[in-house]
Design a protein around this ligand. Structure first.
Ligand SMILES: Cc1cc2nc3c(=O)[nH]c(=O)nc-3n(C[C@H](O)[C@H](O)[C@H](O)COP(=O)(O)OP(=O)(O)OC[C@H]3O[C@@H](n4cnc5c(N)ncnc54)[C@H](O)[C@@H]3O)c2cc1C
Length: 395
């Protein structure tokens, strides 16, 4: 592919870079990993501001409030957000997962009803897939929905539901035909989290935050018009959502990783190991160089994913290659950070001696979840084995 930007892509980059420079609030704490209500509202207001300035939904069609820009411009947008360490867009699951799914599979009424509010962050979304006994094997899920006139009645439990405690809406996969083969009896539906019978219980993570939750549904009424696609045809749609998730994440991550490795290199020059700067220790130098190289490989693979999406309109199995690559690489990078920082690496933001406001301790602990969320490494390898290498299915 051609890695050079066209003049219009270049000017798009410059325009957005200038906008960010002028608009990122001066009180923004980029090291932030606090999950308070205050931070949530702060980020919601920031997304609204970006939306009003025309900077949300870059590649979404104009008729639904997007900018109608190209995939490359969308990538430039993500890169610039990461480069400027801008506050993130809070409605990430709506923007990256549900929005593209509705654009591809939703009815016109659903697009009109939901897309604009995803962009403006007036309605925050969560993803109701995993259950206590259904994660990797999602199709074994048991939350059931039974038709009752023009509503479904939903009963069951979801878990690991990120943003569940803030969400207004949930895109969920539920079982509507218990007698059909397990992939066939599923339906994809949009559930109002304010409905009677929805209960949310936050789960504490080892980072100390509560990013995700258990969600209980007890006789929750969902209008039939909230079904996306066909009743019992939800499997295909739920997989499309996952492909969007894996395909688009890489662009911002490569910039975030690049910033982190550059910072680590800087720290290695200042922190001593055995009486001399860590940067002079050959083992540390090799590890830093290895990570640096891997981030470059990740960037180039991201371009490959983009090329495919630009040609076919959908992400392919490259998304799984990228998912394994970045999640495992990030764990290795955070390990190297701990080696360089030594005991300082364990200090959290509360300590006055913490390096970079304790972000390294947080990043190390948070990275453990990377090889689980959005499909575990084992599952990604199964997908690559089957869909890329053409090996027989093992599951
Ligand atoms: C930070 C974070 C955020 C998340 N957010 C959400 C969310 O918003 N919404 C949501 O629905 N879910 C969310 N999840 C859940 C996530 O999708 C699941 O944890 C994941 O799919 C794995 O499922 P599980 O935890 O049930 O593990 P299991 O599926 O029980 O897997 C246990 C182990 O067995 C392995 N294994 C399972 N099947 C196979 C196989 N066929 N071949 C080889 N190995 C296998 C797995 O790789 C894993 O190591 C989140 C998870 C994390 C960590």
């Amino acid at each position: 592919m051609d890695l050079n930007l066209t003049p219009s892509e270049q000017s798009f980059r410059e325009e957005f870079r200038a906008w960010l420079k002028a608009n990122i609030p001066s009180d923004w704490d980029a090291s932030g990993f606090d999950d308070s209500e205050h931070r949530f509202e702060y980020l919601r207001a920031w997304q609204k501001k970006m939306y009003e300035a025309g900077w949300v939904g870059i590649s979404w069609p104009k008729e639904y409030g997007g900018r109608g820009a190209t995939l490359m411009e969308q990538t430039i947008f993500i890169e610039e957000m990461a480069r400027a360490a801008a506050p993130p867009l809070i409605n990430v699951l709506g923007l990256s997962l549900l929005g593209p799914t509705l654009i591809a599979y939703g009815t016109e009424e659903q697009k009109q009803r939901f897309l604009q509010n995803i962009l403006s962050a007036d309605e925050i979304w969560c993803q109701g897939y995993s259950e206590p006994n259904a994660g990797s094997d999602l199709a074994s899920l048991r939350t059931e929905a039974v038709l009752d006139g023009d509503h479904f009645i939903v009963n069951g439990q979801k878990t690991w539901t990120s943003f569940g405690h803030y969400a207004d809406w949930c895109f969920a996969v539920v079982r509507t035909d218990p007698d059909a083969a397990k992939h066939k009896g599923l339906t994809y539906m949009l559930i109002d989290m304010r409905s009677p019978g929805v209960k949310v219980r936050p789960l504490k993570q080892m980072t100390g935050e509560s990013e995700f939750n258990e969600v209980f549904f007890q006789n929750v009424r969902v209008p039939v018009e909230n079904v996306v696609g066909k009743v019992n045809g939800g499997w295909e749609i739920s997989i499309a959502t996952l492909m969007f998730e894996r395909g688009t994440l890489g662009a911002s991550l490569q910039i975030t990783f690049k910033r982190q490795i550059e910072r680590l290199i800087e720290l290695s020059r200042r922190i001593d190991h055995n009486g001399r700067p860590a940067s002079e220790d050959s083992a540390i130098r090799q590890k830093l160089a290895q990570i640096y190289t891997e981030i470059e490989i990740f960037r180039l693979n991201q371009m490959r994913t983009l090329t495919r999406m630009a040609r076919t309109g959908v992400p392919g199995p490259e998304g799984s290659i990228q998912k394994i690559f970045w999640s495992e690489m990030n764990q290795r990078m955070q390990q190297v950070a701990m080696e360089i920082l030594g005991p300082f690496g364990q200090l959290t933001r509360e300590s006055e001696y913490a390096v970079d406001h304790g972000q390294w301790a947080h990043a190390y602990l948070r990275s453990r979840g990377n090889t689980i969320e959005a499909g575990t490494s084992e599952i990604q390898r199964n997908i690559i084995g089957h869909f890329v290498l053409g090996l027989p299915k093992s599951y």
